[in-house]
Design a binder for this molecule. Structure first.
Ligand code: AMP
Ligand code: MN
Ligand code: MN
Ligand code: MN
Length: 287
C-alpha cells in the first residue's frame, strides 16, 4: 500500500461515524502522512481534526464537501486548503445548513405519509449537532428494522425516484467555487463518475467547472476500476485540471473502505497535494 494522501474523509461533524480525533488516529494507523477532512457543508470538525493531526504528526488539509446543484442534479465540490474563517465561505455554509434542516423535515414528512413515524426526531438524535443527511435517515431506517442495510434504505426510500426522496436545492456550482476561492482553497470536483450524468453531460460539467475556476478532479475516488481511473485522468488532463485522490470514507462499518486504501494517482496527472499542506502553503505564499 502506498502512502499517497487521502483528501476526502468524513467525520461525525457531518455523516461520518468517527469523531474527528478517532478518524485522524485511524488515518495515522493506516500510515497516512497527509489527509483532508471534507465533511458535507460544514467546517465544524476541522479544529479538532487539526489538533489531532498535530499530535500524530500528520500534514492536515482543512477541507469541506459542498453540496451543489448543476443542471438539476446534485454534484459535490470539495474545497481543499480553505481558510475556515472566511466570511463568504461560512455564510454560504450557514445557508446550506438551514436548507439541509428544512429538507430533513420534508424527507420525514414523506416517510410519515408511508406510516413511518418518528424519523425526524430519530435522525436529529443520530446527527447530534450536525445537520441531518440522507446517510442519517438510512441509518435510522436500518435501526428501525425497515431496511437491512443503509444501501437498501437508499434503494427503497431515499434515492432518486423513491418515495422519500427530496431533491436538495443546493448551491449553484460557480457560487461554491467562488466561496472556495475566497477562502484561498482549491475546488475539486468530487467522485465525477458517481454523478448521475451521461458521459456527454459529464464532459459539459467538467468544462463548466474548469471555466468557473475549478482546480482539480477527484481522479481516484475510493476503490474503482482501473478503466475509470484512466478515463478521469484523461478528462483532467484535457481540461488542465490537477488530480485528487480520496476514499470518501464515512466509518469502519464500511468494511470495503479504509482511509488511503485505493489506487495511486496516475503519474500523468499533476497531484493537487503539490499546492496543499505545509509545503504547498509555503509555495503558494511565495507565488
Ligand atoms: P445528502 O447529501 O443528504 O443527499 O446525502 C448524501 C449522502 O448519502 C452521501 O454523501 C452518501 O454518504 C450517502 N449515500 C448516497 N447514496 C447512497 C447509497 N446508495 N448507499 C449508501 N449511501 C449513500
Ligand atoms: Mn456522505
Ligand atoms: Mn459526495
Ligand atoms: Mn464525501
Amino acid at each position: 500500500m502506498d502512502r499517497q494522501p487521502d483528501l476526502h474523509l468524513h467525520s461525525s461533524a457531518s455523516d461520518g461515524t468517527l469523531d474527528p480525533e478517532a478518524l485522524v488516529a485511524l488515518a495515522s494507523r493506516e500510515g497516512l502522512e497527509m489527509i483532508a477532512l471534507t465533511d458535507h457543508d460544514t467546517i465544524a470538525g476541522l479544529a479538532a481534526a487539526a489538533g489531532a493531526a498535530r499530535v500524530h504528526g500528520i500534514d492536515f488539509v482543512a477541507g469541506v464537501e459542498i453540496s451543489c446543484s448543476w443542471a438539476g442534479v446534485g454534484v459535490h465540490v470539495l474545497g481543499l486548503g480553505i481558510d475556515a474563517d472566511c466570511p463568504a465561505l461560512t455564510a454560504g455554509l450557514a445557508g446550506l445548513d438551514g436548507r439541509r434542516r428544512a429538507r430533513a423535515a420534508a424527507i420525514a414528512a414523506r416517510l410519515e405519509k408511508r406510516r413511518i413515524a418518528g424519523a425526524l426526531e430519530g435522525v436529529r438524535a443520530l446527527a447530534g449537532e450536525a445537520a441531518p443527511t440522507r446517510t442519517h435517515f438510512a441509518r435510522w431506517l436500518v435501526a428501525a428494522g425497515l431496511a437491512p442495510t443503509p444501501a437498501a434504505a437508499h434503494k427503497r426510500y431515499l434515492a432518486r425516484g423513491r418515495p422519500a426522496h427530496v431533491a436538495g436545492d443546493w448551491t449553484p456550482l460557480a457560487e461554491a467555487i467562488g466561496w472556495i476561492g475566497a477562502a484561498g482553497g482549491v475546488a475539486v470536483l468530487a467522485h465525477p463518475a458517481r454523478c448521475p450524468l451521461s458521459a456527454r453531460k459529464l464532459r459539459l460539467l467538467v468544462a463548466e467547472f474548469a471555466a468557473a475556476g475549478g482546480g482539480a478532479l477527484e481522479v481516484v475516488s475510493g476503490p474503482q476500476p482501473a478503466e475509470r481511473t484512466r478515463f478521469l485522468a484523461e478528462l483532467a488532463t484535457a481540461h488542465r485540471l490537477m488530480g485528487s485522490r480520496g476514499s470518501d470514507f464515512h466509518g469502519p462499518e464500511q468494511r470495503w473502505l479504509a482511509p488511503g486504501r485505493m489506487a495511486a494517482l496516475p503519474p500523468t496527472v499533476t497531484p493537487v497535494w503539490g499546492v496543499l499542506g505545509a509545503a504547498g502553503r509555503a509555495r503558494r505564499v511565495r507565488v
